[in-house]
Design a binder for this molecule. Sequence first.
Ligand code: 4AD
Ligand code: MG
Length: 462
Amino acid sequence: MKTQRIAAILDSEAVDTDVVVKGWVRTKRGNKNVAFIALNDGSCMRNIQVVVDLHKISEETLKPVTTGACLRVDGRLVRSVGAGQGVEVQAERIEIYGTADPESYPLQKKGHSLEFLRDIAYLRPRTNTFGAVLRIRHAMAYAIHEYFNRNGFYYFHTPIITASDCEGAGAMFQVTTLDVANPPRDEQGKVDYTKDFFGRACNLTVSGQLEGELGALALGRIYTFGPTFRAENSNTPRHASEFWMIEPEAAFYELEDNMELAEDFLKYLIRYALENCREDLEFMNKMWDPGLFERLEFVVKNDFKRLDYTEGIEILKASGEKFEFPCDWGCDLQSEHERYLVEKHFKCPVILINYPKEIKAFYMKQNDDGKTVRGMDVLFPGIGEIIGGSEREADYGKLRARVEELGMSERELWWYLDTRRWGSAPHSGFGLGFDRLLMFVTGLTNIRDVQPFPRTPQHADF
Ligand code: 4AD
Ligand code: MG
């Protein structure tokens, strides 16, 4: 007989039929006559209750059925008389696929701390919390594709291995096949990358944007959705060395259109979670963040506040708050500043625009004031920056001048500059940090707890 997922069986309530369920034991309890096994197969938060008549199946057979063991149960689905579940399985036969020695299996008692679970990240998908987080993660990825597909954006695959540094921050992981202990050297004694695998120095991408722009200037609207890598040594709850980013890029979009897209997109995703991940969100709300539903619903229902960077600075300076970092005009905003604006001042998501050009990347469209650029950051409660984007500099002369001014290599960026030589167009885009979105949607406060296998400085286990 075909195995059915537990979620489907619980929802169907097809009582008085034979069923086969396969899953992992969460708990076992009972007495001399009957045992109750809570079985979970990852298809949903709920377990199915397996009732074992010990006159039919011996206690000896059940001995290795301990927390974490994997079973196949053949039985009959019946209406449950006990509280807490509509249906249960009366076991006819139990096959043990894999035992889990209670002496060594780490996930015994309920209620492990998130810190403890990080150390055993390879096992934590078996917990309720990570089951919920990983199902929500999947649902968000699906909703992202759905949103763009409905709105005429094409999924565009930008390279993971690249020779460019989109953000110009130099925080890149090198990709090389050279012998690092003994690399070939040129006449000046420098490492000779012409002998490297690609004939040049390469790195893992920090962003797919530059290549994404080429897509937008041909297909009109594209988005990327893939892993990005940053070798910055920032040990914060919001930074990971490997994270996933969604980067839409659209021709003929100005900054206004870009802001509208960002707001509509975020609201769509959060609404999708509220409508499709109810059970998992209820668990997160109960276990980790009692304000979760309220916050999610608030973001869906209310307009984001749009504000100039300059006004933001004025508000911060007038606030009387003691910040750890300075917030004078020209400073890059720290998370504490962003969160003050969002959580204390406006009490809603904020889109901050028109930043000083010095603190933003080379590709942003320059304003006529000569000081600011048409960048935008979307700031969220509890998170700070969730999106970073801009209208792009479409003018060849201005872009080239900026590249030169910043001492960037025109030789490396020639292909990007060429897009402004032939058929340039106004265009805009942004990057949404997928893992930061997950933090917001699950209510968890550490990025390490929303990624299946987090990579952070000094941590690349599993
Ligand atoms: O602001 P960032 O650096 O922007 C870019 O990379 C642009 N090229 C995007 C674009 O315009 N197409 O990064 C975008 C977002 C941030 O707002 C944040 O949500 C996330 O990516 N992010 C990180 N998430 C986790 N760990 C890190 N180290 C992150 N760095 C950025
Ligand atoms: Mg940014």
